[in-house]
Design a protein around this ligand. Structure first.
Ligand code: SF4
Length: 687
């Protein structure tokens, strides 16, 4: 028994499978994971979902990268860290010397820690001298952040997950919350069932949350901005707006009201396909509710108008006085565990950590002094622009970590063709992803269970994770590798622990002034902004909005139709999204045996109407073709989708769904319009 006690270890960590940020203890014996035990997590208390509970065996999978790999012709050979780092230093340094710092790009990951993201932007800015640094929130949540920057000032959730439960009404738009943010959805479901919370759901697809809703609407694809604006106009026109709140707290009222003029109920009905009666009911219910939280996700953001629709959501909240109180506000639901933190800690082409602009002389001088270098004052390229810059011959080298960008970016065939043109490409990951196929050097990283650091969840909550297992083989935590690469380029970094990195970030970014590892010890958490004395802010807006005059802004909008719509040739609208059991492209969860067995294959959801029209049955194979690529997939006939809309999970052990998606993006942030893909379907004969 004594022996056993010594070998069994219990370590606190934070889940990496979604932005809810559940924390729990992991019990291990050597490298064997015995169980996951939630206890006192600030976001989840005693709950987890199937991924958090059972999703960890991939850490011991035989496919784990355990040694650096160097390309030789069409193959890779194992190499020592020394050799790989020397080569990287030489080649990245060579590109900088020949073509200038802006010929290099740095792509970080919202799966990795705040400290790792901080170091990535420091590597790009201070060591290389470029602002070409971005992270994969570009593929999901940048439009939501934009909508909030425009209206209320901070790009974060207005309050805590527990506040959502206390709202009188929750409106969920473009979010399959039950499968994408499971533990958060149980809070809403409980409040709906037990406390009489009202629930309105808007989505293309009838998912579990939709089935529970008091009102469920299915507007035509890409038209959420229209119904949101029509509802807001109705609320103003009928004297239901909270004028006291607006007069005290919101600028640009007249300008905004004028922009609402086209959005009559009749116009909205025509564009969205919803009835005037339904739209009126939605408007009256929202106006009458004591307190409203609006939750949204990628069904809103992954459109050409994603930023504008996110802005329309915030406009509606302002018109109805639904900010500055518990149980009100805007809740973009962050997808990855650290979507919030990767951006918060500066992996964005225009922002230093804490959303201070690189173009602001005063801010830049602060960083120049601290880092002892001259910094670039021009905005860098985002992920989308980097891929275009390869095509234009301007970007020659990329260092990327923690992201299977070939599978995750849209129009994968195009992205792959560009990666193939790079002079030098370093990819750092835990498995040999599709993206690694294009690399010159592949570096073995350690997953979250093998490292320390912090994440920021969807409610701006900073939480610590501790090392559950030692790094496997020769793999290293990403923060160590970024430091190794910086030093291979001549820097003299000497961070011995992620705490050193956080200390530096807190000393430079006012948003994190009071963040220390002590204040985050164990299950302790802080919700940013954190004042120097350690006071944090669970409710984001209490005495002011984040603008110089302390007031919020209405933001006038117009509606622009989706970039691509169905036509005679491509006559079906393809939507995509998550499955409860799997995480993104599936590199991790398809390597967890139990989970893979549970949901082994991808499927294409087809409506009963379309199945009847095309004489299709569940199990039949079809070739789905868009203007950009093709996928073969098996049909599942279900009333979760309607009419000519089909749905495919984005998670798959097979070819990525992004072989089908287009090059169109949100007009403001360049987030791909993943949800706007016209396709046609060829039915294959039964085998
Ligand atoms: Fe992990 Fe999200 Fe599930 Fe919580 S709800 S256990 S954070 S995947």
């Amino acid at each position: 028994a004594a022996m056993r006690e010594v070998r069994v270890k219990r370590t606190k960590t934070v889940c990496t499978y979604c932005g809810v940020g559940c924390s729990f203890d992991v019990w291990t014996k050597d490298r064997h994971i015995l169980k996951v035990e939630p206890g006192e997590g600030a976001a989840n208390n005693i709950s987890t979902c199937v991924k958090g509970k059972f999703g960890w065996d991939y850490v011991n999978h035989e496919d784990r990268l355990q040694q650096p790999l160097i390309r030789e012709g069409d193959a890779f050979r194992p190499a020592s860290w020394e050799e790989a780092l020397a080569l990287i230093g030489k080649r990245l340094g060579g590109i900088k010397a020949e073509h200038g710092p802006d010929a290099l790009g740095f792509i970080s990951s919202s799966k990795c820690t705040n400290e790792e993201n901080y170091l990535m932007q420091k590597l790009a800015r201070a060591v290389v001298g470029t602002n070409n640094v971005d992270n994969c929130s570009r593929y999901c949540q940048s439009p939501a952040t934009q909508g909030l920057f425009r209206t209320v000032g901070y790009g974060g959730d207005s309050g805590s997950i527990s506040d959502i439960a206390s709202a009188a009404m929750v409106v969920v738009i473009g979010s399959n919350t039950t499968e994408s943010h499971p533990v958060l959805s149980t809070r809403v479901k409980r409040a709906h069932k037990l406390n009489g919370q009202k629930l309105i759901v808007a989505d293309l697809r009838r998912h579990e949350m939709a089935d529970r809703a008091d009102i469920f609407i299915q507007p035509s694809p890409g038209t959420d901005l229209v119904w949101l604006s029509a509802v807001t106009k109705y609320i103003f026109d009928n004297g239901l707006a909270k004028m006291d709140f607006i007069e005290r707290w919101v600028n640009k009222v007249e300008e905004y009201r004028k922009s609402l003029e086209p959005f009559t109920m009749e116009y909205a009905a025509k564009i969205t396909g919803l009835s005037v009666e339904t739209l009126t009911r939605v408007a009256e219910e929202i106006a009458a509710a004591e307190s409203v939280c609006i939750l949204w996700a990628m069904g809103v953001t992954q459109h050409c108008g994603g930023s504008d629709t996110s802005t329309a959501i915030s406009n509606l909240l302002l018109a109805t006085g639904n900010y500055m109180r518990t149980g009100t506000g805007a809740y973009p639901l962050r997808g990855h565990n650290n979507v919030q933190g990767a951006s918060d800690f500066g992996c964005m082409p225009i922002y230093f950590p804490g959303y201070e602009k690189v173009t602001d002389d005063e801010v830049r001088h602060r960083y120049e002094q601290a880092w002892g270098v001259k910094l670039s004052s021009s905005k860098g390229l985002d992920n989308h622009e980097m891929v275009r810059a390869i095509e234009d011959g301007k970007l020659k080298g990329i260092y990327l970590f923690g992201e299977d960008m070939f599978s995750a970016d849209s129009n994968a065939n195009y992205v792959g063709a560009q990666f193939a043109k790079l002079d030098f490409f370093v990819v750092q990951d835990i498995f040999f992803s599709e993206t690694c196929r294009y690399a010159d050097v592949v570096l073995p990283a350690s997953p979250s269970l093998e490292k320390e650091g912090t994440f920021v969840n969807t409610e701006r909550r900073i939480q610590r994770l501790y090392e559950v297992l030692e790094p496997l083989g020769e793999s290293r935590p990403d923060w160590r590798i970024v430091q190794d690469i910086a030093n291979s380029l001549g820097a003299k970094w000497n961070y011995t622990h992620p705490a050193d990195v956080m200390h530096e970030a807190a000393s430079l970014a006012p948003m994190f002034a009071g963040v220390t590892y002590d204040r985050l010890a164990g299950y302790k958490t802080l919700q940013w902004p954190v004042a120097i004395d350690g006071t944090d802010q669970p409710l984001l807006y209490t005495e002011k909005f984040n603008f110089p005059d302390g007031k919020a802004n209405f933001y006038p909008l117009e509606w622009i139709a989706p970039c691509e719509e169905i036509d005679q040739e491509y006559d079906i609208h393809l939507n995509n999204g998550r499955l409860l059991e799997h995480f993104h492209e599936g590199n991790m969860t398809y390597r967890v045996k139990g989970i893979h067995e549970e949901t082994p294959n991808r499927f294409l959801e087809v409506s009963p109407e379309l199945a009847e029209e095309r004489n299709l049955q569940t199990g039949q194979w079809v070739d789905v073709t868009s203007r950009y690529g093709e996928l073969r997939v098996q049909v599942l006939v279900t009333d979760r989708v309607k009419g000519k809309q089909v749905f495919i999970p984005l998670n798959s052990p097979e070819k990525p769904v992004n072989l089908l998606t287009s090059h169109f993006t949100d007009r403001v942030t360049h987030t791909p319009a993943y949800k706007e893909t016209p396709v046609h379907m060829k039915i294959l004969p039964w085998k």
